[in-house]
Design a protein around this ligand. Structure first.
Ligand code: ATP
Length: 452
């Protein structure tokens, strides 16, 4: 990674300049804690979500998906404990009136050194009103996590999908928290997305599944390119566990923020707390969600649940930070020489917004026609950019900056032969800048092997 103090600013600049992430409603001065994802950021985010869905839902035994509503019956949040406990402690500087999360600061205002007010609690759930009349009776909440809609649909999903323990229900969706101090770019926002898996298991197997899921989450980030030196597991000491948790381990990333190592995601053994709470509140019976063990319907348990909970935005930030490299003085190979400082975004090839870019050397109709044909073919398989503007060097730099792993160049040799046989294009590798000559009909197979 590049130098810690300024790396975040560089990512903020790059992602804005290249169409990944914009301040929400920038036209009106932005809006604290909210961000708009531009075309390339959206592709990155979708690729992250697809990779997670593939690896934690499709590839994992007996996991099904759910898409719960963002606003739901407020009784859910009473039973889950969010109405009473989803609070932050807030202090206000008596001199400059800035507000801070009490956990984050010491005795005085970190901005002006003024005295602080006594701490008061503040529920971080956003409220809204359902129906046309604004009154407390119809107050509702924007969900602060996706997990609860899984718990309240536990029996619906189990029965309709004929699932037996162990099994999981996964969800990707928006969550909202009225954070006192949003900041550090998209690390802490007020609207973000979560990818959560609730994996229901027999209580006596929960420790085993917990360790397995912690390892799977850690390895997932490593496989997708996070450097092992920037990732670590943080098991919570028993005194710091939430009241429902038997064990929690955060996967932390070395974010270049004041606090340094910070939570990228968490894995918790939430025991049977949530199902019992909803059983009690909705049905007056803590055992309401007791589930048959195997085929023996006379033996029933309220399962424990292992929950890997991950923020999509925070994961995107970690991937961007870890992928960013600045090469002072540029790079020189046998085919290219870059003199100025070059930025290369070494994103995992399948997470990158585009897997390939097709670049005709000039705007001559013959080159453009073939380049467009190749683009159409590649677009059936991968996200593919097409660019015929400016010099080829500038176009390579742009693709390096947005992380495109392969640039395909159509030039005159493609038609007439010369340094290369006719009928070939060059494929340039983002990381090594090495160029290979590939026959056009072999391009799809070549890229498929490289992107496997
Ligand atoms: P933190 O301690 O950083 O506030 P948390 O412990 O409250 O996080 P969880 O409730 O465990 O977070 O949420 C699960 C995941 O959701 C987090 O690991 C993070 O990736 C993401 N997340 C939580 N709050 C935010 C936020 N305000 N902005 C962006 N992502 C968030």
């Amino acid at each position: 990674m590049a130098e810690a103090q300024t790396l975040m600013d560089k990512i903020v600049n790059l992602t804005k300049r290249r169409g990944f992430i914009f301040p929400s409603a920038e036209l009106y001065g932005g809006y604290g804690g909210f961000w708009d994802w531009g075309p390339l950021g959206l592709k990155l985010k979708n690729n992250i979500k697809n990779a997670w869905w593939r690896d934690f839902v499709l590839a994992w035994q007996d996991v099904v998906g759910l898409d719960g509503s963002i606003i739901t019956n407020p009784k859910v949040w009473e039973a889950s404990g969010h109405v009473a406990n989803f609070v932050d402690s807030l202090v206000e500087c008596l001199a400059c009136h800035r507000r801070f999360k009490a956990d984050d600061i010491d005795a005085v205002c970190p901005v002006c050194g003024g005295k602080l007010s006594p701490a008061r609690t503040f529920n971080t759930m956003f409220t809204t009103n359902v129906g046309p009349v604004l009154e407390t009776a119809n107050e509702a909440y924007l969900r602060p996590e996706t997990a609860q809609s899984i718990f309240v649909n536990y029996d619906n999903v189990r029965q309709t999908m004929r699932l037996k323990l162990p099994f999981g229900i996964a969800q990707i969706g928006k969550a909202f928290r009225n954070e006192i101090t949003p900041g550090n770019f998209i690390f802490r926002s007020r609207e973000f997305e979560q990818m959560e898996l609730e994996y229901f298991v027999l209580p006596e197997t929960s420790d085993e599944y917990f360790s397995e899921l912690v390892d799977r989450c850690y390895n997932w980030f490593i496989q997708l390119g996070i450097h092992p030196d920037h990732l670590r597991k943080y098991p919570y000491p028993s005194g710091e566990l939430a009241h429902y948790s038997r064990a929690t381990t955060d996967i932390q990333f070395a974010f270049p923020i004041e606090k340094g190592w910070s939570e990228l995601m968490g894995v918790a053994n939430r025991t049977d707390y949530d199902l019992r709470q909803h059983g009690k509140a909705a049905k007056g019976d803590e055992q309401a969600f007791a589930t048959p063990v195997g085929d023996d319907s006379s033996k029933k348990v309220v399962p424990y649940v292992i929950e890997p909970s991950m923020g999509v935005d925070r994961a995107a930030l970690a991937f961007l930070l870890d992928a960013y490299e600045e090469i002072e003085g540029g790079r020189t190979t046998t085919t290219e020489s870059v003199k100025e400082t070059e930025i290369v975004l070494r994103l995992n090839k399948n997470l990158a917004p585009y897997q390939a870019a097709v670049l005709p050397l000039s705007k001559k109709p013959q080159l453009v026609k073939t380049a467009e044909e190749i683009t159409r073919t590649l677009r059936q398989h991968w996200s593919t950019d097409y660019d015929e503007t400016s010099s080829i060097g500038k176009r390579y730099r742009r693709q390096d900056e947005i992380g495109t792993p392969f640039c395909i160049t159509v030039d005159f040799d493609t038609f007439e032969g010369g340094k290369r046989p006719a009928g070939t294009v060059t494929v340039r590798d983002r990381d090594s800048m090495a160029q290979e000559n590939i026959a056009i009909p072999e391009l799809v197979d070549y890229l498929r092997a490289k992107l496997a």
